[in-house]
Design a protein around this ligand. Structure first.
Ligand code: ACO
Length: 355
């Protein structure tokens, strides 16, 4: 029995390969660093969905259909109740979409991500949603729907780098959840709702907000070592470090570090964070000499999304806006596999006589 299923192979995939020993992530043949430096969200959608949907159009046409779908899904916002946090708002909005296994379902899910996330952030601030603009890119429109201003191209480019970097990552917990649900033939919307439900936990996609909380709590470089030692002595986990699969640095952390470095560091936040990163890595190496714990994707995600003006309570939703491409592609791959996922458990409870 392997309670974390670490050593269980539960799928064959042509989508992505996570090489934890060598710190390499390959997505459909491409190293993640190359994709992050060269692709927009729409390119990544095409890359992941290619071969899984009949009649998948080329990238410009796919982008136009995602843009049109953004406008179509805006009506969902009015149907959602007050009082939901951002990730619950996105999950609830997605759950209202028509649930089937079609390309249209995947396009609507992709399109609804930014529309719902931006609307949730604005609702939290007491502001009305901003209607999408189908004629600009998904990333530019995402930032525009948050602020009302068309962003600087460098900002849209940085958001693209982020969304592409996180679009797929092997059989992680949320992707596995999506594949299990897809195997029941429940539909792509159900698979994505399962995915986001798994993603929102702090051990998976819920870490970047707490990364910033940690940086705020540390406050100054001088306070770093005392704060980190205190947290480790209390048995706390330092957010943005460690990974189930990577035994070396998470390659996505470096891909995002490159993207972050292109944004202005006017407040010195990025330099401060790099100082803290070094201090944490030193302390973790001392505490766990046998188990190499390195920076993971969430650390630089936090810095990048903060630099783009996204509030921390939206970070998990923004992650879901990228990862939904992987969830839908994996769901289609699982459906093509044609087998219900149904593992075994070992019963350790009382026998009827004892009960
Ligand atoms: N801070 C402090 N200690 C840690 C950390 C950390 N970030 N990560 C692992 N450890 C400790 C564990 O507590 C464990 O100690 P123990 O043997 O005394 O109990 C030891 O290091 C070994 O742990 P692992 O087996 O490597 O950890 P596991 O594979 O169970 O967990 C996880 C991986 C959940 C990501 C963990 O490293 C963690 O909690 N990190 C912080 C949260 C985080 O950054 N999550 C985002 C992950 S990336 C993603 O999902 C997109």
């Amino acid at each position: 029995m392997d309670s974390g299923l670490e050593n269980i192979v539960a799928a064959e995939t042509i989508l992505s390969d996570v090489d934890g020993q060598n710190g390499r992530l390959v997505i459909r043949g491409w190293p993640v660093e190359t994709l992050a430096a060269s692709m927009a969200f729409e390119d990544a959608a095409h890359l992941l969905w290619d071969g899984f949907f009949e009649g998948l159009p080329d990238v410009p046409e796919l982008g136009a259909r995602i843009g049109a779908a953004r406008e179509e899904v805006l009506a969902l916002v009015a149907e959602l109740p007050a009082g939901l946090d951002v990730v619950s708002f996105l999950r609830a909005g997605w759950a209202l979409l028509p649930d089937d296994e079609s390309l249209e379902a995947a396009i609507r899910l992709a399109a609804a991500g930014p529309v719902l996330t931006a609307a949730a952030v604005r609702r939290g601030r007491g502001q009305a949603p901003i209607a999408p603009d189908k004629d600009i890119s998904q990333s530019a429109d995402f930032l525009r729907m948050l602020t009302g201003k068309v962003p600087d191209p460098a900002e849209a480019r940085a958001l693209d780098a982020y969304l592409v970097t996180v679009c797929d990552h092997g059989l992680n917990a949320s992707t596995f959840a999506s594949r299990v649900v897809a195997s029941t033939r429940a539909g792509l919307v159900s698979a994505a709702v399962a995915g986001i439900s798994a993603l929102k936990g702090p051990l998976h996609g819920g870490a970047p907000g707490p990364v910033l909380d940690m940086l705020d709590a540390i406050g100054t470089p001088q306070n770093a070592e005392t704060w980190i030692d205190g947290a480790l002595a209390r048995g706390e986990r330092l957010m943005g470090f460690g990974h189930r699969v990577y035994r070396v640095r998470d390659p996505r952390a470096d891909a995002l570090k490159v993207a972050v470095a292109r944004l202005p560091d006017t407040s010195g936040r990025i330099a401060f964070a790099e100082h803290i990163e070094g201090a944490v890595l030193g302390r973790l190496a001392r505490k766990y000499p046998q188990r190499r714990l390195e920076t993971n994707v969430e650390f630089y995600t936090a810095l990048l999304l903060e630099a783009l003006g996204l509030p921390r309570e939206a970070f998990t939703s923004v992650f879901a806006c990228g990862r939904v491409l992987g969830w839908t592609a994996h769901a289609r791959e699982q459906i093509a596999e044609g087998r219900l996922v149904r593992p075994q458990s070992v019963y350790r409870g009382p026998v009827p006589e004892a009960a």
